[in-house]
Design a protein around this ligand. Sequence first.
Ligand code: NAD
Length: 378
Amino acid sequence: MKTPPSTISVSRRRFLAQMSAAAALLLAPRRSRAVNPSPKPRKLGVALVGLGGYSTYELGPALRLTEHCRLAGVVTGSRKKGRKWARDYAFPEENIFDYETMGRLAGNPDIDFVYVVTPNSLHAEHCIAAAKAGKHVICEKPMATSVADCDSIIAACRKAAVRLTVGYRLHYEPHHAELARLAREKVFGPFMRMKGANGFDMDSSATARTFWRLDKKLAGGGPLMDMGVYVVQAACMAKVEAAPVAVTARFGPVTRPEVFSEVEESIEWTMEFADRAVANCRTTYTEQVSNFRAEADHGWAQLEDPAFYYDEPLLTTSQGPVKLPRVNHQVAQLDGMAMELLEGRPSLAPGEMGRRDVAIVEAIYAAAAGGRRVEVSA
Ligand code: NAD
């Protein structure tokens, strides 16, 4: 969530007072000039791994607007593309890396964070390479295509003593943060009945970059891995980050077998929580849909129009519409994660949360495949 302007200087002061030796090093300006007695803290350097759609149209442009971090390098399979990014974003060509030589990142002091934005099943390999190079890691969602891969990423980051976060931008978006507050403070009582859906029409948006999403080896699954994760996230958020104890699920009908030969076209599932709360959820590659509703005994909250895309979601509660500042999701997330690191605060979206969600996704697939209730060990 974007910090309101009035609180920024206070948090900076507190931050400077509490700054650890490690954070002090991170903040030290690269080329300090004696003429400036109180130089501005330098922005943290981010290297994007994978220059596809999300990097090109969202993260790169967001890194032009961020206050606490900037684009400092890229990892790409195309040197030509890397050079164009270096020109456009004004970083030196020595900060262009390829996937095979990510180890070279270790010697580069411009880069603090490595942000992995490649197809899902490659996240583990690229996150582990970044951790081994001693860089903090942001991993796009889903964190990996198996819990085993999540465990390997977490172990590598622990071993290297680097921070691991997941690109869950909505934790930094004010309307979702308000849903989290309503849940945490039990404003309407605990949310007990939840319903949500998220999807898009793969047919109408079929471009080259959607193809890996239909390849089970690269995507790990269909819309559940891609869009359904947001509904899983919202339900867990409404339960104050508790994981469900069990799930039931069923695959939807395959209306276009020529497109969906490897991954599901749609899937619906139910999450049961320890306090008997229930979330009925759905995700699909055949329909533009994005909404979430949580009901408690004394009120309800609803996100829609759309709930999970990049736009400003409409939040309504039983008390009326909730108007909060509109933010650029990626800017809010990147600055939020940079400040968490600089202030030594725990992240709103740590690796363990990514692992929890992949464990839930695995259970949902097992439930749908086996036609049975599956307990979740998240
Ligand atoms: P994309 O296909 O547009 O880009 C993928 C990039 O990975 C390309 O640059 C491609 O060259 C590179 N790549 C490296 N090795 C590859 C290989 N073996 N096969 C295919 N591509 C390879 O995909 P995208 O939409 O940018 O998604 C990338 C990741 O970002 C995914 O994990 C996705 O879930 C995530 N994502 C997150 C959000 C969000 O809102 N948080 C939005 C979009 C995508």
